[in-house]
Design a protein. Structure first.
Length: 205
């Protein structure tokens, strides 16, 4: 039970295994080598690890797969509210899909599809917390030259979650609004940095 609660919510929280409340899968190696064709142009995007950062999809460097054999890739097709999770290299980046018919899995990214009546948005926010990364994700990472997690270990993740779906939705909406403010201020900060750089360049030629 968290120490801080919003007014109006008093129901218990419970601990669940991710594999009990969600289907966890990845793009198999043979699926990629036999059925995926990368292109620099198109409409359908294969989401790679570099496309997932800080809870967002970063789409400034993408690979398209319009020429692929989609009849063999049904398992890797992504839908609204699917959670993306990087499991090789930069382990633990999380983002949620917000539109249908545009994205498929690429290697090194797993798909978490909530099958219970729980909120995918709440779960994605929970998985992005430092506490979750330090206590749940990092202890399960295989020690090698390249950090990695198996699907089996991802399914073992423990999630603390409110029993009340309304509380899940309330928290997800609250954290969405905070993310929006953070992104808004980040864009302003980036613009100010560019302005400063331009001014300095003009002043000190």
């Amino acid at each position: 039970m968290p120490e801080f609660r919003f007014n109006g919510f008093a129901n218990a929280w419970e601990q669940r295994k991710l594999g009990d409340i969600a289907d966890v899968t990845k793009l198999a190696g043979f699926e990629f080598t036999e059925h995926v064709v990368y292109s620099d142009e198109g409409n359908i995007i294969a989401l790679r690890g570099l496309n997932i950062k800080n809870g967002q999809l970063i789409l400034d460097d993408v690979k398209y797969i319009d020429g692929s054999n989609f009849s063999k890739l049904s398992r890797s097709k992504l839908f609204i509210n699917d959670i993306m999770f990087t499991y090789v290299g930069t382990v633990g980046e999380v983002a949620i899909i917000k539109e249908n018919d545009r994205f498929y899995l690429a290697p090194n990214v797993s798909r978490i599809r909530v099958k219970s009546d729980d909120s995918p948005k709440f779960i994605s926010h929970y998985m992005r917390t430092d506490n979750f990364k330090n206590k749940v994700i990092f202890p399960l990472i295989a020690t090698s030259s390249q950090p990695a997690l198996s699907m089996e270990n991802i399914r073992k993740f423990t999630i603390n979650i409110p029993i009340n779906r309304e509380e899940q939705d309330y928290l997800a909406k609250y954290f969405d609004s905070l993310d929006h403010l953070i992104n808004l201020h980040q864009r302003k900060l980036d613009m100010l940095k560019k302005l400063k750089s331009a001014c300095l360049s003009e002043m000190f030629i």
